[in-house]
Design a protein around this ligand. Structure first.
Ligand SMILES: *Cc1c(COP(=O)(O)O)cnc(C)c1O
Length: 426
């Protein structure tokens, strides 16, 4: 459920017509709904607590899904932690008020500088993805005179049955420690200087639409944890990663409900005493945001018609990278008498891949009118770039009948002044 609905013929974010935001900030822009972010977080929190009332839990929002500080702060106020994959993301989480000890630092390529930064800011958990990384963390922590809290990220070799580019739990991917090497490395970690082994972690992929891969991965993780505890290596935390999918297409069958995901978690952990961490990104943010764009031209091509809009693949990269679907809605509600016709929705960028939809049945939309790309709150703004020297789209946060710009559109002067012309060209 989200809070983007038509009211009196106008698509609104909560109580604010998108048209009004467009007048204030121009197009294209991202807009997020506070009520939707909060609802998604709370539904997940309740799903875990209702199945496992006794267990301590941390929901660490995967910052890469939607890294705006205001978004993180909205969730932090509900008790969320943060899953970060770079120093930049950790800085964002800290700036949003997430305490260091609620931050999980993931990623296969943490540098010494990032490890040091994380430890200086009291990071709750560094997820270790390889033997050399364990050695690096041990070295950096020892030089600082601290013990680094770490979890070993295990690769359970489970097929997440999602898009290949976001599947991370197979043996052939770069992620995690092969499960058959985890026990030996855990023993090593438990004895290593500057290391405090707190648990095991896994994350098998993103946009999972079935529960079985989660169940399989969690079962392997718990089995590894039990074996370790039988060998005297005590683990107090299991981190189950993120990955639960969202409905991108209203007409499709919905992915599993958070409640049922909670049941899978509870069943896997049954009888193993530990705290639980999960790292959802998409589930919290995707349907809490839309990208609003204006139609520049309606172009009749030789074989097809095109809606050319002022958003492009630099603003919302998912269709170009993953061929993913985003529902597209006119901001002015179409009258039911208007017939729909198939049309391609494209951006102005000089690539054929700059296409949001092919032969999408849409009502007539005229130049100057607005459309909304739904489900754009996760991996939308966060994956945007200035490709074609286009300015980054601004971000807006709505709460009830209020809205605020939470990242403004840069000026062309700001974009140009980052470049430097060397002396020899002056
Ligand atoms: C990307 C990522 C997540 C979040 O994945 P979602 O599909 O957005 O829930 C969680 N943990 C790690 C380690 C990740 O890389």
């Amino acid at each position: 459920m989200d809070h983007f609905n038509y009211v009196d013929g106008a698509l609104c974010a909560e109580d604010v017509p998108l048209e009004r935001i467009a007048e204030a900030v121009g197009t294209p822009f991202y807009v997020y709904s506070t009520a939707t972010l909060e609802r998604h977080f709370q539904v997940l929190d309740e799903a875990l607590s209702s199945h496992m009332p006794q267990r301590r839990r941390l929901i660490a929002f995967a910052v890469k899904a939607c890294p705006n500080i205001a978004v993180i702060a909205t969730l932090a106020r509900l008790g969320a932690g943060a899953d970060v994959v770079s120093e930049g993301e950790m800085r964002r989480a800290l700036a949003a008020g997430v305490p260091g000890d609620k931050i999980v630092f993931s990623g296969v390529g943490k540098t010494d500088a990032e490890i040091k930064f994380a430890l200086e800011h009291n990071v709750g958990q560094l997820n270790v993805e390889s033997e050399p990384e364990l050695a690096a963390i041990s070295r950096v922590a020892t030089s600082m005179g601290v013990a680094a809290p770490i979890a070993l990220r295990v690769n359970p070799d489970v097929d997440a049955r999602t898009h290949a580019k976001i599947s991370t739990g197979g043996a052939e991917t770069k992620f995690g420690i092969p499960i058959d090497r985890a026990a030996a490395l855990a023993q090593e970690a438990a004895a290593a200087p500057g290391i405090e082994l707190v648990g095991l972690a896994t994350h098998i992929g993103s946009q999972l639409t079935e529960l079985e891969p989660f169940a399989a991965a969690f079962a392997k993780l718990v089995e590894a944890a039990r074996a370790l505890s039988a060998q005297g290596v005590r683990l107090r935390r299991l981190d189950l990663g993120g990955g639960l999918g969202v409905p991108y297409q209203r007409s499709n069958t919905a992915p599993p409900l958070p409640f049922d995901y909670g049941a899978v978690v509870a069943k896997a952990l049954d009888g193993f005493e530990c705290d639980v961490v999960i790292e959802p990104g998409r589930l919290v943010a995707a349907n809490a945001g839309v990208l609003v764009s204006k139609i520049i031209y309606v172009k009749e091509g030789a074989a097809r018609s095109f809606l050319v809009c002022d958003a492009a693949m630099n603003d919302l990269a998912r269709p170009a990278i993953y061929e993913s679907w985003h529902d597209i809605e006119p901001v002015k509600a179409p009258s039911s008498s208007e017939p729909v016709a198939p049309i391609d929705v494209v951006g102005p960028i000089c690539e054929t891949g700059d296409r949001f939809a092919q032969q999408r049945p849409l009502p007539p939309i005229a130049p100057g009118e607005l459309i909304a790309f739904r489900s754009a709150g996760a991996y939308g703004a966060s994956m945007s770039s200035e490709y074609n020297s286009r300015l980054l789209a601004p971000e807006v946060l709505v709460k009830g009948d209020r809205f605020e710009i939470i990242r403004s559109r840069p000026t062309y002067a700001e974009m140009l002044k980052r470049d430097r012309v060397p002396d020899w060209l002056e």
